[in-house]
Design a protein. Structure first.
Length: 313
């Protein structure tokens, strides 16, 4: 079954990169204000990730990579004037620092591993090391958008292929759209692709509050309103009753912070109960994630480090 997308691009842009400037949408202020903040160093990137001004596993990796790129290209920075070995060492140290910003999302560590390999292979001069790093970080930004568009297309094809030509509804959890990625989104990207397909049968979207941080009530609500996708906010505790009362909800679509080798998946708190409810009510449960979210070094989810947020939040 072929699926034509009339518009795969999101109207939202949470990450703006125009070399050498990086600006991100401050998600702590959403949905009440849409304010961009300048990220000019790895310290700025670390703070934005740790405080959740930016969040979502793919977006964390991109912001970390580009924050260091912005630092290296800054007019006051002299890394390009160093010898290649010293430049590579400096970049590796800054990447190690960025790795401490969030422990659960594997995309960040995957990006850091790849970027370290890039700078170690650019051994001619400090200028070459910086140039290679910045180009690799920019390539990650482009690749994430392309990956998300493919996830959206394939996921929409799968759901439409099982819809039997009937109008359908879907439910999603947390925020997995353009705000959580470089663009388009993963689970919310599937919903966006369903909405814009020329065979669109999507009637309605339900999305959860996603307590305690309310990424659904604040961020997914914001995205769906901007995209003009018909949607309703649902209390976290009401999902099972909703599935029982509305058989036209054909699928629950969620994202992932990390996927272990055996398929165990870590995602926002509340995902586990949604999986159980989907199984009980016979609905499709779909995890939408790029390959950068897969951690082949872990046999199962028991080895995934789960982040504990401060009680002050």
């Amino acid at each position: 079954m072929s699926l034509s997308l009339s518009n795969s691009a999101s109207k939202l842009q949470a990450i703006r990169w125009v070399r050498p400037r990086l600006d991100i949408l401050d998600q702590l202020l959403l949905p009440h204000a849409s304010t961009y903040i300048d990220i000019s160093s790895s310290a700025d990137g670390h703070r934005a990730i740790a405080t959740m001004q930016t969040r979502g596993a793919p977006a964390i990796a991109i912001v970390a990579a580009l924050s260091l790129a912005a630092e290296l290209l800054g007019s006051s920075h002299q890394v390009a004037q160093l010898e290649a070995e010293s430049a590579a060492t400096f970049i590796e140290q800054r990447l190690d620092y960025l790795a401490t910003s969030r422990p659960t999302a594997v995309n960040l560590f995957d990006a850091i591993r790849k970027l370290k390999a890039v700078v170690r292979n650019a051994v001619t001069s400090g200028e070459d090391v910086v140039s290679a790093y910045v180009s690799a970080a920019e390539a990650m930004l482009a690749a994430d958008v392309a990956d998300n568009q493919n996830i959206g297309r394939l996921g929409a094809e799968f759901i439409l292929g099982r819809s039997l030509g009937n109008q359908l509804k879907v439910l999603t959890h947390c925020n997995t759209g353009a705000l959580a990625t470089a663009g388009h989104g993963t689970a919310l990207g599937i919903i966006r692709s369903l909405h814009t397909s020329d065979k669109s049968l999507l009637e309605h979207v339900y999305f959860t509050e996603t307590r305690p941080y309310n990424q659904g009530a604040r961020l997914t609500a914001y995205e769906l309103l901007v995209e003009e996708i018909p949607a309703t906010l649902v209390c976290d505790s009401a999902v099972s009753a909703l599935l029982r009362s509305d058989p036209s909800i054909r699928a629950i679509v969620v994202g992932a912070d990390r996927v272990a080798r055996n398929g165990d998946t870590a995602n926002k708190i509340g995902t586990y109960q949604l999986a159980i409810a989907a199984k009980f009510h016979g609905r499709d449960f779909i995890v939408a994630a790029p390959t950068t979210s897969i951690d082949l070094d872990l046999d199962s989810g028991a080895g995934i480090v789960i982040e504990e947020r401060s009680q002050d939040e």
